[in-house]
Design a protein around this ligand. Structure first.
Ligand code: ADP
Ligand code: MG
Ligand code: ZN
Length: 501
C-alpha cells in the first residue's frame, strides 16, 4: 500500500470541479427471496434458508417475487421515475464463491424505473440529484475468511460460505453524474443518501439500516479542471457503510485525485476500498467493462410488464414523502430550517411527532427531545430512539408540568428517574417524592419564614423595589428543595408584603 500525499481540500477545489455518481443498494424487507420461496430472516443458522433455486442447482427454476417488483415500483415512483411498461431480467456472468449460480440475476439495459430525481436540502438550499435508474437484482451469499489476522481472504486458512443471503432482493439506485455541487460535494452526497434512506423507510419496503448492510453505497468520483466540460476518469469506492463515511469518502477522493492530477499523473478507473479508521481509500481492482460480464436476457424468467392501472394504484398509495412531511412539520412547529435540520440530524422527528400525538404541546415535545434527552443520548453514545423512555412517557411529564404538579427542575429529575429504570413518570414522582409543594398552607409558612429571615430585603420590596422579590423566591425554593411553583411563590410574597406585581 502506498501512502498518498493529499492536496488540501481548499486547494483541490480551487483547481478542480468534482463530479460524483452514487450507486446505492437497498436490501428489501420481503418475507421471501427474489426468485424462490426461501425465508429471509436475519441471523438464521447458516445455510438454513436455501433451496435448489438460490443454490443454483441443475434443473431449478426461478419465479419472480411480486412484492419485490411492487417495492421496486414504489421506490421508482417516489424517486419521480418513469416506470417501464415492459422490462426483463438479465444475467450478469462472473465467478465468485458466494454466488452459486455463477451469474447474478439483475437488470441491465431495461431497468424497472428510470429518469427520476430526488431533491435534497443542503445548507438551507434545495439540490436536485438526478436519478439514472433503479433496477432489481439479487444479493450474493456471504463469505467468512477464517484463520488470518484481518478477516480478509489474504492469510486465511479457509473460508466459510453462508448462502442465506443469496437471492435476497436488492434494488440498486444509480444517479446520473452529479455536477454543480462544488465544494459542497461531500455534503450533497451525504444529504442524498440520508434522504434516500428516509424515503425507503417511509415506503416501508426496507428498514435501510446501513450498519446492518441493508443499505450500502458505492461512491464514484472524478475531477475535471475548473471550467472544463469533459468529465475526468472516475474511481469507484465500494461498500461505504455509513452516512458519515459517504461524506468522508468523497472528501478523501477529491483530495487524492487532485494530488495525482496535480503531479501530472493519471487516474485509473478502478474500484477502491474505504477504511473507517482514517477515512482513506486504497486501490481495489481495475474496473471491468460491462462487456466483461456478458450480460444477456434471463431466459428462465418472464418479462415484467406492470399494468398502468397497477402503477397508478401504487402511486395513489404512496405515503407523504419525508421531505414534504418535514416541510409541513417545520411550519406546524414554527421552526427555522436550521432548527428543523437539527431535529432531523438528531433522529428526533418521529419521536417528537409521537410525543405530540400523545398529547404534548409541540414546543414542549421538542424541548425535551432536543434538550435533556439529546444530551443524555450524546453522553451515552446512543441514538435518541434507543433511550429507555417512550414518547408517551415524555408526554406524561409534559402533562404533569402543565397541570402544575411538576416544575421544570422536578420534570428533569422525573425524566432522569425514568431513564434510570425506576418506572414511568408517575411512579418516579411518587417514589422520589417529586411533587411540587402546592399545599398553600405549607407554602405560606415557607414564605413567612423567608420574609422574617430577610427583613431588609422585605423592606425594599415594600418600598417598591419589586425586582428584589427574586431573592426571597430563591430562599423559598431553597427551603422547599426546589419543589415549589416559583411563580406562585412570587405571587404569595408580593401579596403578603402588600405590593402589586
Ligand atoms: P458501473 O456499473 O461501472 O459502476 P454505473 O453506470 O452503474 O457503472 O454507475 C456509475 C456511476 O458513476 C453512475 O452514478 C454515473 O452517473 C457515475 N459516473 C459516470 N461517469 C462518471 C464520471 N466521469 N465521474 C463521476 N461519476 C461518474
Ligand atoms: Mg457500479
Ligand atoms: Zn431459495
Amino acid at each position: 500500500m502506498t501512502v498518498t500525499e493529499l492536496v488540501s481540500y481548499e486547494d483541490a477545489l480551487a483547481a478542480y470541479d468534482p463530479v460524483m455518481g452514487l450507486e446505492v443498494h437497498v436490501e428489501l424487507g420481503t418475507k421471501t427471496k427474489m426468485f424462490c420461496g426461501c425465508a429471509t430472516t436475519l441471523g438464521a443458522e447458516p445455510n438454513s434458508q436455501t433451496c435448489p433455486t438460490c443454490l443454483g442447482l441443475p434443473g431449478s427454476l426461478p419465479v419472480v417475487n411480486a412484492t419485490g417488483v411492487e417495492s421496486a415500483i414504489k421506490i421508482g415512483l417516489a424517486l419521480n421515475c418513469e416506470i417501464a411498461e415492459w422490462c426483463r431480467f438479465a444475467r450478469k456472468n462472473y465467478f465468485y464463491p458466494d454466488m452459486p449460480k455463477n451469474f447474478q440475476t439483475s437488470q441491465y439495459d431495461e431497468p424497472i424505473a428510470y429518469n427520476g430525481y430526488l431533491d435534497v436540502d443542503v445548507d438551507g438550499e434545495v439540490f436536485r440529484v438526478e436519478i439514472e435508474r433503479a433496477h432489481m437484482e439479487e444479493d450474493t451469499g456471504k463469505s467468512t475468511h477464517v484463520g488470518g489476522a484481518t478477516g480478509r481472504i489474504h492469510g486465511a486458512s479457509h473460508s466459510l460460505l453462508d448462502y442465506n443471503r443469496a437471492g435476497i432482493p436488492l434494488i440498486e439506485i444509480v444517479t446520473k453524474p452529479i455536477v454543480g455541487a462544488g465544494d459542497k460535494a461531500p455534503e450533497v452526497a451525504k444529504a442524498y443518501v440520508t434522504e434516500l434512506r428516509e424515503l425507503i423507510k417511509s415506503l416501508g419496503v426496507s428498514e435501510a439500516r446501513m450498519e446492518m448492510g441493508q443499505m450500502r453505497c458505492d461512491v464514484n468520483l472524478s475531477l475535471r479542471p475548473q471550467g472544463a466540460d469533459k468529465f475526468g476518469t472516475r474511481s469507484e469506492t465500494k461498500n461505504v457503510n455509513s452516512l458519515r463515511s459517504v461524506e468522508r469518502a468523497v472528501r478523501f477522493e477529491i483530495q487524492r485525485h487532485a494530488a495525482v492530477l496535480g503531479a501530472g499523473g493519471t487516474i485509473i478507473q478502478e474500484t477502491r476500498h474505504f477504511h473507517e479508521e482514517d477515512g482513506s481509500t486504497t486501490s481495489g481492482r481495475v474496473k471491468e467493462e460491462a462487456e466483461d460480464y456478458r450480460y444477456f436476457p434471463e431466459p428462465d424468467l418472464v418479462p415484467v410488464a406492470p399494468s398502468r392501472a397497477w402503477v397508478e394504484e401504487l402511486r395513489g398509495g404512496l405515503p407523504e414523502l419525508p421531505r414534504v412531511r418535514r416541510n409541513r412539520l417545520r411550519e406546524e412547529w414554527g421552526l427555522s430550517r436550521h432548527e428543523m435540520q437539527s431535529v432531523l440530524n438528531a433522529g428526533a422527528i418521529d419521536l417528537i411527532t409521537a410525543t405530540i400525538d400523545e398529547g404534548a404541546p409541540a414546543d414542549q415535545a421538542r424541548k425535551w427531545w432536543m434538550g435533556e434527552l439529546a444530551r443524555r443520548a450524546n453522553e451515552d453514545g446512543v441514538e435518541l430512539a434507543a433511550l429507555p423512555i417512550t414518547p408517551a412517557q415524555v408526554a406524561r411529564v409534559c402533562a404533569l408540568v402543565k397541570e402544575g404538579s411538576l416544575n421544570d427542575k422536578l420534570a428533569r429529575q422525573t425524566i432522569e428517574g425514568v431513564l434510570a429504570g425506576e418506572g414511568g413518570p408517575d411512579e418516579v414522582v411518587t417514589k422520589r417524592g417529586l411533587k411540587v409543594v402546592s399545599d398553600e398552607g405549607a407554602l405560606g409558612t415557607a414564605v413567612d419564614e423567608a420574609i422574617a429571615a430577610n427583613a431588609a430585603i422585605a423592606d425594599k420590596i415594600r418600598g417598591g423595589k419589586v425586582a428584589a422579590a427574586g431573592a426571597l423566591v430563591g430562599a423559598v425554593m431553597k427551603a422547599t428543595r426546589g419543589q415549589a411553583d416559583a411563580a406562585r411563590v412570587r405571587e404569595l410574597i408580593l401579596e403578603k408584603l402588600g405590593v402589586e406585581g
